[in-house]
Design a protein around this ligand. Structure first.
Ligand SMILES: *[C@@H]1O[C@H](CO)[C@@H](O)[C@H](O)[C@H]1NC(C)=O
Ligand SMILES: CC(=O)N[C@H]1CO[C@H](CO)[C@@H](O)[C@@H]1O
Length: 338
């Protein structure tokens, strides 16, 4: 979403435990009747984007290890870690990493994958670097070469090319995604999944009308491990800024066309962010969407709730244990989809 990042990959409790061996096989092969990924976006490291580089625990933080433990024990097996491209590589796209931030990122990623869960490395930058649309595709590739090299040997890492491209040329979004894929594979990270995102905040409901479907269809990966990551909020403007949902059936309605696109083209998709308020209409819309995805799990590999993280306070979608609004008010209803 525009303001919040939600990543919960929903995977069965059993698959969380099975994850290490699953990485040896083709991750894009789904387990029968189950999502490969069920998870939560774990915010914190992307906060304070107006304070760069910013200070740890003042402008930004890292997800809490205890939260990872709790959510894994409930069946979640995938965590999306939003972070800042500028904090990791501060000087220029082709520059070197900031060791302090890099250690923070690798620390939480290693913690998650050490539990047998997947960690999604999510540069939460909307296709921008220091607020400018990234037009330097070679520079973007250099940034990804630097970043993917750090994680090349960790099979439980998933690379997310960028969070929510928007208001840019579709062709540029294609080039940035393809550049990231080429750089990641070129860095020796050949076993991992890559999640690609589209323009228009990668919305599932606008996947066709935005032109994402047509533009991004030719993306190619020598390892054939691409998953199309789409986001879908259930409020009136799809922005994820309201507690109310449009109707109790809006979830499945908004992803139907994208589902058909995935099927028609033999592609895999994941809902990398979604949320609705903790009220009965939204809960019906949410479970309706997850049920529809489960019925179409030949193309949907999973989902991630937006969002968790230690600094959300009383945020309406917070999945942070023990008292987040969604943790207490929504999670019980979606546990059957883990
Ligand atoms: C490196 O990152 C730390 C914490 O994120 C920050 O305090 C420091 O100023 C950064 N250094 C540079 C050179 O950007
Ligand atoms: C990058 C991003 O989307 N950051 C947002 C995360 O959520 C906080 C709290 O709502 C926002 O203030 C940030 O802008």
């Amino acid at each position: 979403m525009k303001f919040l990042n939600l990543f919960l990959g929903a995977a069965a409790a059993g698959s969380a435990l099975a994850a290490p061996s699953a990485t040896k096989t083709t991750k894009t092969t789904k387990r029968a009747g189950k999502f490969q990924h069920v998870g939560v976006n774990e915010s914190g490291a992307e906060f304070g984007q107006t304070s760069l580089p910013g200070q740890y625990n003042k402008d930004y933080t890292w997800p809490a290890e205890a939260t990872i433990d709790t959510l894994v024990s409930q069946g979640f097996n995938t965590f999306r870690i939003p972070f800042s491209m500028e904090r990791l590589v501060p000087t220029e796209l082709t520059g070197a990493v900031n060791e302090t931030y890099s250690e923070g990122l690798t620390g939480i990623v290693s913690y998650i994958t050490g539990k047998g869960a997947y960690a999604i490395v999510d540069p939460h930058n909307f296709g921008r670097y220091y607020d400018n649309i990234i037009t330097d595709v070679d520079g973007f590739k250099a940034w990804w070469t630097t970043t993917a090299t750090i994680f090349a040997d960790n099979e439980l890492v998933i690379f997310d090319t960028n969070n929510e491209y928007h208001d840019m040329d579709n062709d540029l979004v294609f080039q940035l995604n393809q550049g990231a894929i080429d750089a990641i594979r070129g860095a020796g990270a050949t076993s991992q999944l890559i999640f690609v995102e589209g323009n228009s905040y990668t919305g599932a409901w606008t996947w066709i009308d935005s032109g994402n479907g047509e533009t991004l269809l030719p993306l190619s990966d020598p390892q054939d491990k691409l998953v199309y990551e789409m986001h879908q909020y259930l409020d009136t403007d799809g922005s994820g800024t309201h507690e109310e949902c449009v109707s109790s059936t809006i979830g499945q309605e908004r992803i139907q066309a994208a589902t058909q696109w995935l099927k028609d083209n033999g592609k895999l998709g994941i809902i990398g962010e979604f949320a609705g308020g903790a009220n009965s209409q939204c809960i019906d819309a949410i479970t309706g969407m997850l049920s529809y995805m489960s019925d179409n799990s030949d193309v949907w590999t999973g989902w991630l709730w937006w969002g968790g993280g230690p600094w959300w306070g009383d945020y309406m979608y917070s999945m942070e244990p023990p008292s987040g609004v969604a943790y207490t008010g929504v999670l019980p209803s979606i546990l059957p989809y883990l």
